[in-house]
Design a protein around this ligand. Structure first.
Ligand SMILES: N[C@@H](CCC(=O)N[C@@H](CS)C(=O)NCC(=O)O)C(=O)O
Length: 255
């Protein structure tokens, strides 16, 4: 088996997509965990692997492949026969890719706002203003995002906007499932589009936003299929959910 190195983080939604795909394709990989709150992703040696200073990054044949959606496509390019997750017909591939772009445009970015406000914010609150500013300045991709959050968190208006975007994402996903008749987004085949949305739905369920699909049983059905699928437990091992790392969120869930 060839050598694959995956730089990732347990709770990183983008990393979860790629972990699932690697397990599905039975690819053994060296699992390099980065501690995103200690700044491992901003270390000079990692920036050579991913100049965006984010996870995941997959190193294979001496090349560094970055961006989770790109990595999913790459794995289909190199291992199309094992657990194929990209259809063959160009018009269906186009549909899958359009779904993935939509996810990365609307619900994907939106889930970060409640995730940061509910779970990650305390990591930044003990910093001085100067320390926080220099952390923001060191982030190639997320400088403005972090500055907007500040050390008091995203505003109520930002949270409302993000929930509205998540709702739009859920409604669109329900339309896809109703159109295809399931069980997966385009029908019988599980694809990289299902993988693209998977961590958003898992995160929403984890932080108690599942009420958003209360009236959309197709989403709940899709979620339970993913959760009972073969590669779920290897991907979401203990510590991958926010409630497993941040007990206060688990307590909130019980209320
Ligand atoms: N578009 C990129 C986004 C990657 C990304 O935002 N990764 C997050 C974790 S899900 C990260 O590494 N954050 C670290 C930071 O903001 O410093 C992808 O899909 O790979």
């Amino acid at each position: 088996m060839e050598n694959f190195i995956l730089y990732n983080a347990s709770q990183s939604t983008c990393s979860q997509r790629v972990r699932y795909a690697l397990h599905a394709k039975k690819i053994t990989f060296e699992d390099k965990k980065l501690d995103l709150f200690s700044g491992d992703q901003l270390a000079p040696e990692y920036l050579k692997i991913n100049p965006n200073g984010v996870v995941p990054a997959l190193v294979h044949r001496g090349e560094s492949i970055t961006d989770s959606a790109v990595i999913l496509e790459y794995l289909e390019d190199i291992f199309p026969e094992v657990f194929p997750m990209r259809p063959k017909k160009p018009e269906i591939v186009a549909r899958v890719r359009a779904m993935m772009r939509f996810v990365d445009e609307i619900p994907g970015p939106a889930i970060r706002i409640p995730s940061y406000n509910l779970a990650f914010l305390p990591h930044f609150q003990s910093m001085t203003e100067d320390e926080f500013q220099s952390l923001c300045d060191s982030k190639p991709l997320r400088r403005e995002f972090l500055m907007k959050m500040g050390r008091t968190g995203f505003s109520e208006a930002d949270m409302d906007e993000s929930l509205a975007r998540l709702k739009r994402g859920i409604v669109r996903m329900a339309e896809w499932l109703n159109y295809s008749k399931g069980p997966w987004l385009i029908g019988d085949q599980f694809t990289i589009a299902d993988l693209a949305i998977m961590p958003v739905i898992i995160r929403m369920a984890d932080i108690n936003l599942g009420y958003i699909w209360d009236k959309l049983p197709v989403i709940e059905g899709w979620l339970s299929r993913i959760q009972s699928s073969e590669n779920y437990n290897a991907t979401f091992y203990h510590g991958s959910l926010l409630t497993e790392k941040y007990p206060h969120l688990a307590n909130m869930k019980k209320v």
